[in-house]
Design a protein around this ligand. Sequence first.
Ligand SMILES: Nc1ncnc2c1ncn2[C@@H]1O[C@H](COP(=O)(O)OP(=O)(O)O)[C@@H](O)[C@H]1O
Ligand SMILES: [Mg+2]
Length: 443
Amino acid sequence: MSWKRSERLMETIKHYSHFPATGVSLRQMVQFGERPSTGKYFSFRTLFRASQFLSEELPIRLAHRVQELGDLPDGLNDMPSIKKVKDWYAQSFEEITNLPKPQLSKDVRDALIKPPKIGKPSRILQETTQNPSIKCGQYHSSPYQKSNGNGENKKGAARRYFATVDDGVDWPPELHAYNQRFAETLHAIKRRHDGVVTTVAQGILEYKRKKQRMQIDSNIQSFLDRFYMSRIGIRMLIGQHIALTDQSHNKDPSYVGIICTKTNVRDLAQEAIDNARFVCEDHFGLFDAPKVQLVCPPGLNFMYVPGHLSHMLFETLKNSLRAVVETHGADKEEFPVTKVVVAEGKEDITIKISDEGGGIPRSSIPLVWTYMYTTVDTTPSLDPDFDKSDFKAPMAGFGYGLPISRLYARYFGGDLKLISMEGYGTDVYLHLNRLSSSSEPLQ
Ligand SMILES: Nc1ncnc2c1ncn2[C@@H]1O[C@H](COP(=O)(O)OP(=O)(O)O)[C@@H](O)[C@H]1O
Ligand SMILES: [Mg+2]
């Protein structure tokens, strides 16, 4: 199926790209999706409000990406894979903005707008706070920028992600049909964008080949940081919306969409350890991968997206295991144990991963955060499906493990840091912000 972008579409996209994105916090996403205290599922009305928010917010975020891909410097914007990705974003923009709005009677429209019941005004969500992992000015959407000097959001300056309560009204079938149609459109969009990371990586390779470059410059590096961060945000909002719409998946009361309000750190860490060891055995042909010791309070849980935490732990653990095996030799009987220590603070949950894999020379530390930096000799082929399922992920070789994991950490106000002792080993600190109020860092 070939899709063509029209002049007019590109004009509309340009128009949308002038609006700032509205950052949402983890806590707001949870408050929004929570079922009403009456015990019923959240109402069509809540879903409708969510659809409304997303039908404005997603086109803005997509439009920023289309503009930025088109404006990339030095001919990078002309690379075939970059153009392909730009068209995906433009097409998704078109699909959302062209979706027909439901024809609703005035009564229904009024009921949707007015607070559910007298004495029970629609809850306005807790304000977002500045994301502590982001420098002021780094991302335009940060609420700090819209502030009046004392960190307070200008009221009404940005659209809000509203919470409403179920009021027992029977909503017309048109509303239900619209919610369904909207969720299906999002589903198709999410699938279209599955291969974005690898296709952009392909585009960078095309560029490096054409320009005979070894490294990418800091402009491209910060473009990729913004681009992939934005992708995390878009996929978070879409994934959350799809999960809320599909209520059959909402059996577990600790889940609100894809957010788990009681993410158990120890269980997730143990699972990531098992997966990383399995991939390591497979890759190096080992009978028994280097051991990993986990020190974590068993009952420690917090509000997070389990998928994000698994991703970060899996990537950092694979790095440690690879370093340990390569430093000590795959034919060793016993390897030094990698330690995973989890600490619980008021602000942060911090996970330290300490290995004796020989460390990293100090001069290479800045490089480990750049995309496509790897010390693997032959990069595995860029399979566009590779990021669809984590367990098929390769041991190493794309150079995307650390930079993308750091974006995931920063997305919810955490961070990822690395300290190495060359000749001995590496400590990776994964800080997870448990206040859950920081705004998504977006541009
Ligand atoms: N724990 C570690 N010990 C030693 N080197 C590491 C460690 N973690 C990362 N590195 C270095 O950083 C590079 C980039 O890591 P990463 O972004 O995960 O990409 P990849 O694993 O695909 O190479 C690795 O190739 C390796 O050289
Ligand atoms: Mg890696």
